[in-house]
Design a protein around this ligand. Structure first.
Ligand SMILES: Cc1ncc(COP(=O)(O)O)c(C=O)c1O
Length: 401
């Protein structure tokens, strides 16, 4: 079996669909962290949080041990609950919705553009019209790294009394033109906060890790509490101190978990973050080249390269294949690619098709179904060479022929 969703299996392929780049500088940074007895919650965490703020134009960063944890911290801090629900895209990883369910919140889905897989203001407006619970948060995903219309989406969300956040796991470093200004994803112009995953397959890898960034100090404070069991160590916050001087004492005022990131992972994340501009430039060049190598393949569309090149971070390179028209199954194409050592993956199975979310019904989401039926992600990571891309493009042509 050569096709697998497990990263460890996928890594065995000559060309997995994603592969981290670990430099000598990364290894030196992690080694230094391993020699420092702090190991967790130390100077590297603080340095990484500062660097994230500087990179993305936020004033607060809360680094944690996964992108899922970042979403959970954020949703809890925004008060998602059984009475305050989430509206999000179904074309995303499970975590975007699951983190809200873990707050006990109802989740509803918004359809997406069938070509880009992105939520649009019109579809968000239509989704609000169908919902039968109060929506506190709308979470948009910049699928594959392409920036969604944040300004338009936030207008709609605000009109319905909800805040917009972005699950920006695919789009660190992406930017967009807005009324003559260039804005970075995460700068908070239109979103209350942004979350990132620093999983091994992402632009910036910690191994496992993530972060939420914001301009709101209260939100950041709540997320930090949630990251560490809701423990308050500052005497100014205590409600029932046993005596005036109680250096051992702490209080817990709200539920939280251990979402803390260790120093080794933070050292790796910080070192990788420094290479983000280089990695983005490489990914953009790779996407351009795939566009030329794969032009004119029957029954397949390559993703659009936006005229504003910086508005795409190219986490994924997902082609759209008319499998039915070609008389092929997606499984057969993936297996043929795998036999050539080329990994592929589907991002994503729409969440309303998951047994857990089935109650939502799929006929309300024609855009998501159309996107899902055709999409196939092929290898994209900065270390791919031109020769590699020629090989992969040939393998794909043959698999579809
Ligand atoms: C869009 C999106 N959201 C959330 C996550 C969850 O991140 P993590 O795997 O770091 O928990 C991922 C990671 O796969 C993702 O791609």
């Amino acid at each position: 079996m050569v096709v697998s969703s497990e990263v460890s299996d996928a890594m065995a392929l000559r060309y997995p669909y994603a592969r981290p780049t670990v430099s000598e500088a990364d290894i030196a940074a992690v080694t230094a962290a391993a020699r420092d007895p702090t190991l967790t919650q130390g100077a590297r965490l603080r340095a990484f949080e500062t660097a994230l703020c500087e990179t993305f134009g936020a004033t607060e960063a809360v680094v944690c041990n996964s992108g899922t944890a970042a979403l959970h911290m954020l949703y809890a801090a925004l008060g998602l609950s059984p009475e305050r629900g989430l509206l999000t895209t179904p074309v995303t990883f499970l975590a975007t919705a699951n983190a809200a369910r873990l707050c006990g919140a109802p989740v509803a889905f918004c359809d997406v553009d069938p070509v880009t897989g992105l939520m649009t203001p019109e579809r968000l407006e239509a989704a609000f019209a169908r919902i039968d619970f109060p929506v506190a948060v709308v979470a948009v995903v910049h699928l594959a790294g392409r920036v969604a219309d944040l300004r338009g989406l936030t207008d709609v969300a605000r009109r319905h009394g909800a805040v917009l956040v972005d699950d920006a796991c695919h789009a660190p470093g992406a930017s967009y033109e807005d009324q003559g200004l260039r804005r970075l994803v995460g700068d908070g112009a239109y979103t209350a906060a942004s979350t990132f995953s620093f999983h091994a397959t992402k632009h910036v890898a910690m191994g496992e890790g993530g972060a939420a960034i914001t301009h709101d100090p209260d939100l950041a404070k709540s997320m930090r509490l949630f990251r560490n069991h809701g423990m308050r160590r500052d005497p100014a916050d205590w409600l029932h101190p046993p005596e005036p001087d109680a250096p051992w004492y702490y209080e817990m005022h709200a539920l939280g978990l251990n979402y803390r990131a260790d120093e080794l992972s933070c050292a790796l994340g910080l070192s990788q973050l420094r290479r983000l501009p280089e990695s983005l430039a490489k990914r953009r060049a790779l996407a351009q080249r795939y566009g030329s190598l794969l032009a004119g393949v029957d029954g397949m569309r390559t993703p659009d390269i936006p005229a504003d090149a910086d508005s795409h971070a190219w986490h994924l390179y997902a082609v759209a294949v008319d499998f039915a028209g070609l008389g092929k199954t997606r499984g057969a194409v993936m297996r043929a690619l795998g036999d050539s050592g080329v990994g592929s993956q589907v991002h994503y199975i729409p969440l309303f098709l998951q047994p857990y979310y089935r109650a939502h019904g799929s006929n309300a989401f024609p855009g998501a179904m159309q996107y899902y039926e055709r999409t196939l992600s092929i290898p994209l990571y900065p270390d791919l060479t031109e020769e590699d891309q020629v090989y992969i493009a040939d393998a794909l042509r043959q698999a579809l022929a």
